[in-house]
Design a protein around this ligand. Sequence first.
Ligand code: NAG
Ligand code: NAG
Length: 226
Amino acid sequence: MATTKNQSGCWYVEFTVCLIGLLLFPLPSQSSDPDPLQDFCIGDTKSALSVNGFPCKPAANVTSDDFFFDGLSKEGNMSNPFGSSVTSGNVLTFPGLNTLGISMNRVDIGPGGLNPPHSHPRASETGVVINGRILVGFITTGNVFYSKILTPGQMFVIPTGLVHFQMNVGEEKALIFTAFNSHLPGAAVVPTNLFASEPSVPDDVLTKAFQVEKTVIDEIKCKFGA
Ligand SMILES: *[C@@H]1O[C@H](CO)[C@@H](O)[C@H](O)[C@H]1NC(C)=O
Ligand SMILES: *[C@@H]1O[C@H](CO)[C@@H](O)[C@H](O)[C@H]1NC(C)=O
């Protein structure tokens, strides 16, 4: 009886210590950009200084225009092998986003076109379909594939860093706006990452990774002009 009491007492203490630990320490999995330390910090993208983000433009130089951006108003050029175009509204194109931990993209996809499998290393993504019918899919690190066909007004979410794509499965041009919890989410596009890097990934690595002959790898590299 005494032993049982003692054991459950131990369990209780350990549980309490663990709970306090959880409350005191931030979760290590925080993946979005850090919070800003001032009202705003319009990125001085031409600065020679290199920091984690961009230095702030002097406040006296800031104007209304620094907080507005019309770069997503025009359709992108879809005349490329993927038949799609991504226009970025990130800190590089819209320096007003600097340090705020958010950004948006415009994605235009022609009929049959594809925004090819890619991942954003620094952000989760959410998006809303404006026009068209779009197959949105992503694959988890455990190789489970989740997907759905979306129509205008419908939203999706891609958890941080997972490989995903959007394909136009309708008859019309498709338009999506996407949003990220990073001022510069980054994008690693799987096919070009692996087959069109500079310098190129050795054929031995790719033949082994994909379990195919060198001719197959060379054919794919050739498609990307590598
Ligand atoms: C700020 O404005 C001053 C005066 O117009 C100009 O000389 C300077 O280059 C500007 N600095 C930046 C970072 O825009
Ligand atoms: C679209 O891109 C293609 C291929 O790069 C180019 O030939 C064409 O001129 C571009 N069209 C426009 C309207 O910019």
